[in-house]
Design a binder for this molecule. Structure first.
Ligand SMILES: [Zn+2]
Length: 235
């Protein structure tokens, strides 16, 4: 049997605060601390330092240990937590903390206090891109944005063929599927960009409109670079 070194109370507190007391999976952000667990990112249970720990709900922790979520997913979540970029806990917004009547008053009141003290009102506006993610590279960011818009447009155009309900707000989630970030394609690591592009292009081609379109469904990455830099290198 391996010996486990439990994180100290101070370390546990720091990790929970870093994750704003909610599951660090950006798509989950479940806020019910009783069931949450500290995940050892490097899977070494004796390495109980803040840098190696992440707060996850029971469900996301199980999926992480079962490798449904990869190590790079978890590392991305950790970097987001460190930078304060995780979405607000489920049912809360940084600008308008809301009492969740399903939780007991003591816990909600405590959390409201934290929200008020720690989250600046303009955090979203001041947000700087995280290095290493698609959002930090202007060429990648603009092409990703183009593909997301194209997907939305094609899904909308396709509604006369497939009659499927589609909400544009779901586009990022659909297109980022399997790439760690579930809230935005901009938060996918750059090293997975081309893999992501291939999947996004495939999904555009597979829309009802894409299948019926006699023309090309999108311009390529190479064409995108030529459009951006061909005649004028200014952004
Ligand atoms: Zn979770």
């Amino acid at each position: 049997m391996t010996t486990r070194k439990q994180p100290s109370k101070t370390v546990e507190h720091a990790v929970r605060e870093q994750c704003k007391q909610a599951c660090a999976n950006p798509d989950c952000r479940e806020w019910s601390t009783a069931t949450h667990e500290l995940h050892h990112i490097d899977e070494d249970r004796s390495n109980s330092v803040v840098e190696n720990l992440l707060l996850l709900c029971g469900s996301c922790h199980n999926k992480t240990t079962a490798a449904v979520f990869s190590r790079s997913d978890v590392l991305l979540w950790k970097r987001m937590a460190e930078a304060g970029y995780l979405p607000p806990p489920k049912g809360q917004s940084p600008n308008a903390p809301v009492m969740n009547i399903q939780h007991n008053a003591g816990l909600a009141a405590h959390n409201m206090h934290i929200e008020k003290v720690q989250i600046p009102r303009n955090r979203k506006a001041k947000r700087v891109p995280i290095q290493g993610l698609i959002e930090a590279d202007p060429d990648m960011r603009t092409y990703a944005d183009y593909l997301v818009k194209r997907y939305i447009e094609w899904r909308k155009n396709g509604q006369r063929f497939d009659k499927r309900k589609f909400s544009p707000g779901s586009a990022h989630g659909i297109l980022a599927e399997g790439f760690g970030s579930v809230s935005s394609v901009m938060l996918i690591p750059q090293h997975r960009f081309f893999e992501w592009v291939a999947q996004a292009q495939y999904k555009i081609d597979r829309t009802a409109f894409g299948k019926n379109n006699r023309n090309r469904n999108f311009h390529t990455w190479e064409e995108h670079l030529a459009l951006r830099h061909g005649s004028n290198r200014a952004e």
